[in-house]
Every structure is written in C-alpha cells, then in structure tokens.
Design a protein around this ligand. Structure first.
Ligand code: TYM
Length: 342
C-alpha cells in the first residue's frame, strides 16, 4: 500500500489555499492509503514564534485536519516535535545535502528576503527537515500545493544521494501529489501573489475560521477587472486553462478556479455557467458556496479549540504511533551511516 505523508506549519491562520491545496486532499486520500498527517511545529520555529501562540496554532492545525474530515481512526495525526526521529534524520540529511542545492531554494530567498544574514540557520536547512519528515516513514506520495514542488525535488535528491553514497536502496524516491484544481490559490487582493498566512492584509485570504459575514465581505471586495466573465472558448483542446490566458486576467481566473475547486466542477463547466456575466452575480454564487463549504469546518474548528483536551489526546496517540514507525527506520539509517549503537 502506498504511504502518504504531509504536513502543515502551525503559523498564523489556515486559509483557503491550505484547504484546497492540501487538507482537502488529505481527506480524500485517507480511504485508499496509509496516511500520516503532521503538524510541523519544528518547521514553524525557523522564524520567530510566540510560544503561547505556537501552542495554540499547533492545536488549531490539528483541529483543521479533524474538522475537515481526517479520521484519526484511519490516519496518524501528530505534531512533529514529539517524534525525535525527524530531527535525528534531519541531521544526517544536513550532511548529505549540498550547499548548492539549498542555495537554489526559492522559498528561502522569499522568506529571508533582504535580511539574509539575519535569517536563522534553521530556515536555510528547512528542506532537509522536510525530507526527513517524509523519508522517516519511507513515504512514497506527498499531497501538497504547487509551492512545495521544489522542496519535494530536493527530497528526491537527498534520497538518491544517500542511497548512492552508501550503496543501498534504502530510501524511496518520492512522488509529489499536486492534485487540486486549486493547487495555487492566489491572494484576493492581488492575483500575482499567492494566498498566504504571512500576508499582512487579512482581506487577501479566506481563513478557514471566517464566518459568513467575513467571507461575504472579502469576496465582495476581492479584486476583479472591468470585463465580463470569459467562456469555455479560452480553454485549450484538453480543457485546460493556458498559462498566458490566466496571466492576462489573474484575479478573474483565480476566483473562477476557486469556484471550480469548491464545487468539484471542471473549467469547462464553470466557464459555461458564467460566460458573459458580470462579476456581481458570480461573486454572490461564490460566496454562498464558500460559506456552505467553509462554514461547518470553521465552526467545528472553533468548537475543538474550546476543548484542547480532545485535540491533545489525538496528538498524543498519533505521536506514539508515528514514533513506532519512524524510529526503526532512522535507527537503520544510522546503522547504514556507521553510527555505533553499543
Ligand atoms: P505550509 O504550511 O506553507 O502549507 C501547507 C500546505 O498548503 C499548501 N498551500 C497552498 N496551496 C494552494 N494555494 C496556496 N495559496 C497555498 N498556500 C499553501 C502548501 O503547498 C502545503 O501543501 N513546507 C511545508 C510543510 C511541510 C511538509 C512536510 C509538507 C513540512 N514537512 C512534509 C509535506 C511533507 C509548508 O510550509 O507548508
């Protein structure tokens, strides 16, 4: 059976991009695969986190998994710091990865920005910890949004170099699962920017915990253009949206893509439905749909936030199960490397 691993950082609010790009896939995959879903708190501290907020955000990500429908009876849900194997394997990978590979990581460049000298060394070696997360379970498939693709390529490189250097076939070569029609949800205020937890403008994203009024207001204020909505004639022969077409009206196609993902409809169906119409009507339909999908999840997340004992119990059981899977793999990796276990 294929083994799925994925994770979300407990930093700031979870938003529609996290839901459509990742969490919704987690729910869909659990029926057919052995799934491990992590709250990656060690990744979160690569940039400053207030300790009390980090604890709350860790519970909130776990609550989002559960509220969206991840079943703790079927899947393992835990927070990364509670399974030491992640950090142990990450150290070995720090010694496998080449500096040149890390220098090419676009997320480091974006996050460190102009203050590269002030960035933590953890932020720089972040992708090695991510490779350790996945490979400590010998996971083969990783559901993520498009922004994680480069990190997964590095995971493949680390696995191959480890296997080659030590002459083993130990770590599998991982496949990214970038499944969603909305694998890259853009900001509601600027179609050229990714929807992100770190955007200072709350109006740029739909948070998973936003209520109906906030959702309605944010969609009403979402940036659009002055033309009517396009029809299916813009699609290519395969029914896909050409990149050039998207770039010409990024805000319009972002909202249409969100609608397609939330309604599980194809581009052709959605464009057929709204062709030639003004944004006003479409925005109302999109609001109703977003409220119908996100509303119950947000309410359930709020309810669980009021019952931290329940969430902590799931994380604790999950950590025990995860530890039992990861520790033997990492011990074997240590043996391969020649680290003596007297
Ligand atoms: P993070 O916490 O930034 O995001 C969690 C998941 O949400 C996806 N995502 C998006 N998808 C579509 N549109 C967007 N605007 C958008 N923003 C975020 C991300 O692609 C991701 O799937 N490095 C990872 C966490 C991680 C991880 C792992 C993932 C650590 N170890 C091992 C997979 C496997 C991250 O920062 O995700």
């Amino acid at each position: 059976m294929k083994r799925i691993f994925s994770g979300v950082q407990p930093t700031g609010f979870l938003h529609l991009g996290n839901y459509l790009g990742a969490v919704r896939q987690f729910v869909a995959l659990q029926h057919d695969y052995d799934c491990i879903y992590c709250v990656v708190d060690l990744h979160a501290i690569t940039v400053w986190q207030d300790p009390a907020e980090l604890r709350a955000a860790t519970r909130q990500v776990a609550a989002a998994y559960l509220a969206a429908g991840v079943d703790p009876q079927r899947c393992i849900i835990f927070n990364q710091s509670q399974v030491p194997a992640h950090a142990e394997l990450a150290w070995i990978f720090n010694c496998v990865t080449r500096l040149g590979w890390l220098n090419r990581m676009t997320q480091f460049k974006e996050k460190a920005g102009k203050h590269r000298e002030q960035a933590s060394s953890g932020l720089y070696v972040y992708p090695n910890l991510m490779a350790a997360d996945i490979l400590a379970y010998k996971a083969t498939h990783v559901p993520v949004g498009e922004d994680q693709k480069q990190h997964l390529e590095l995971t493949r490189d680390v696995a191959s170099k480890f296997n080659f250097d030590y002459g083993v076939e130990f770590f599998p070569v991982v496949e990214p699962l970038i499944l969603s029609a909305a694998a890259r949800v853009m900001s509601l205020r600027d179609g050229a920017k990714k929807m992100s937890k770190s955007d200072p403008s709350d109006a740029s994203r739909l948070n998973m915990t936003d209520g109906p009024d906030e959702i309605a207001q944010k969609i009403r204020r979402a940036k659009t253009d002055s033309e009517m909505l396009p029809g299916p004639g813009v699609l290519d022969a395969q029914g896909a949206l050409p990149e050039e077409t998207r770039k010409a009206r990024p805000e319009a196609y972002n909202l249409l893509g969100i609608y397609a993902a939330l309604s599980d409809k194809s581009w052709a169906e959605v464009l057929g439905e709204f062709e030639g119409q003004p944004f006003s009507h479409f925005k109302q339909v999109l609001t109703d749909l977003a409220v119908a999908v996100l509303g119950p999840i947000g309410e359930e997340m709020q309810r669980m936030t009021g019952d931290p004992g329940y969430v902590d119990g799931i994380l604790k059981t999950g950590a025990e199960k995860a530890d039992a899977l990861a520790t033997p793999v990492v011990r074997e990796a240590q043996d391969i490397v020649g680290l003596l276990r007297p």
